[in-house]
Ligand binder design. Structure first.
Ligand SMILES: Nc1ncnc2c1ncn2[C@@H]1O[C@H](COP(=O)(O)OP(=O)(O)OP(=O)(O)O)[C@@H](O)[C@H]1O
Ligand SMILES: [Mg+2]
Length: 256
């Protein structure tokens, strides 16, 4: 049986969610029992860039399929949306050697057409059970959290940086998770892009705001360098400071 663990990476825009999500995947794939580990990477950001961070391209997003299903349903009310959607899953899952990728694409429009969206959520829930880990790179605006596509999250990994704004978002996330129907087992706070020497101060500031930082990922010059050159974050070397820090994060969140 697969573990079916869902890890949602959330936080203010630009804090490094995508980088951290890619590094989590890198670490999980590199772990001891990784031969057998099955990972689903979900890009839940409409402005998706997880595929780039992983160094892969994709053909279709869930949004594309949703659009075509909506059209089909409008033409034929009796259409069984669920089985239609199930039949199209293979089209949207990008299979790599060692993991699969699902891109959510455009968010649901206003006044969302519920039967289709409901089925998409159900299928997401079912899909995650086929994998050991589902890593979701969440959107900055948290919309899909309130749309409940990330129900039953084992770990919500909240990324913040050394800005007050990112701390505010981190706190808001906790409130949202508490208030809406998202069953989050555990919140883990990761401070990212922290310059050497600034760690203590950051931990203190966060504490004043009610956030206990679990891990610190240093500012790693290799990340912007790779971004600039269009190289995938997944290819960072083992000795990159961010890779070493995320190794600890993975140990922390995978221990029972
Ligand atoms: N540990 C780090 N060290 C240095 N730079 C980093 C680090 N993590 C991320 N960055 C840089 O910060 C920027 C934002 O990172 P990233 O795109 O991962 O953030 P994001 O939270 O996913 O943003 P968005 O909300 O736009 O999706 C990028 O330019 C990336 O190169
Ligand atoms: Mg991102």
């Amino acid at each position: 049986m697969r573990k079916g663990k869902v890890i949602a990476v959330a936080g203010k825009g630009g804090t490094g969610k995508t980088a951290i999500a890619a590094l989590l995947i890198r670490e999980l794939l590199g772990s001891k029992e990784s031969e057998d580990i099955c990972i689903l990477a979900v890009d839940a950001d409409a402005d998706s860039n997880l595929p780039e961070a992983l160094g892969i391209s994709y053909a279709k997003s869930v949004g594309d399929i949703r659009e075509s299903l909506l059209e089909e349903k409008q033409q034929d009310i009796s259409l069984d949306v669920r089985s239609q959607f199930e039949g199209k899953i293979a089209e949207i899952i990008e299979e790599e050697d060692r993991y699969d990728l699902l891109v959510m694409g455009r968010p649901e429009g206003p006044g969302c057409y519920c039967p289709v969206n409901h089925i998409i959520r159900m299928i997401m829930d079912i899909l995650t059970k086929n994998y050991d880990y589902t890593i979701i790179d969440c959107e900055a605006g948290l919309e899909h959290l309130s749309r409940r596509t990330t129900r039953d999250v084992d770990v919500m990994l909240v990324v913040l940086d050394s800005t007050q704004k990112s701390m505010k978002t981190a706190l808001r996330l906790k409130k949202i998770a508490d208030a809406i129907d998202v069953n989050v087992q555990r919140m883990v706070y990761v401070a990212n892009k922290i310059p050497a020497g600034a760690e203590e101060r950051l931990i203190e500031e966060a504490k004043k705001k009610g956030i206990e930082i679990d891990a610190i990922v240093p500012f790693d010059t290799l990340i912007p360098e790779y971004d600039l050159e269009g190289r995938p974050i997944l290819d960072l070397p083992d000795n990159a400071p961010s890779v070493i820090a995320v190794k600890w994060v993975v140990e922390h969140i995978t221990k029972e």
